[in-house]
Design a protein around this ligand. Sequence first.
Ligand code: MN
Length: 236
Amino acid sequence: MKNMDRRKFVKDSLKITAVAAVGSSILMNSEDASAAAVGLQFAQVTLPYAFNALEPNIDALTMEIHYTKHHTAYVKNVNEAIAAEKISFATEKEFFANASKLSMKARNNGGGSWNHNFFWQVMKPGAGTPSGKVTDAINGAFSSFDKFKDQFSQAAIGRFGSGWAWLVNDGGKLKIGSTPNQDNPMMDVSELKGTPLLCLDVWEHAYYLKYQNKRADYVAAWWNVVNWDEVAKRMI
Ligand code: MN
């Protein structure tokens, strides 16, 4: 076999192997993935800044462990659950809308994957300020930015145990609330419903190295790194 032919043979053989191994969720390039018609898979977004970019509000070590250990594990585990349980929803939206039918492994890790992808994006280095559109919507719903901030902070501080605080758009109405564990407001099991506009992770893994038991201090510092441009993009 000539060199070129051998290379083509090897390439084609690998493709066949990839298609046959879909059930075990191996890594494939996009050409092979589409040929095999793989269903929904979760992916981890690239962190839009360096681990130390949110210092001193969020320390570099916390960011590194949070992103490379906790978040990576959620993504790996949800994709394992999708493969093992043959979950075949086409979109993340559909996946969450059917959360009540999912195993706890799929629900918790699917939520963990999505929530963290969103969380990284709604933060950025440097203190930002809300834009006109966001300010108007917040003032309309909560009467002032300070009242909004208080209510959101209370949702974050008051969530017992692990969970998330959220600002959501529920049918054109802005609402603040929290969810336990890795649930989110797109899940049918969630009491708080709506499209997420902003979120804050209040699991101890998000702040314990720097803030220990002082969750309120972490929440207060977090306002310095909110990416209001991302909130504005999601606000209708
Ligand atoms: Mn987290």
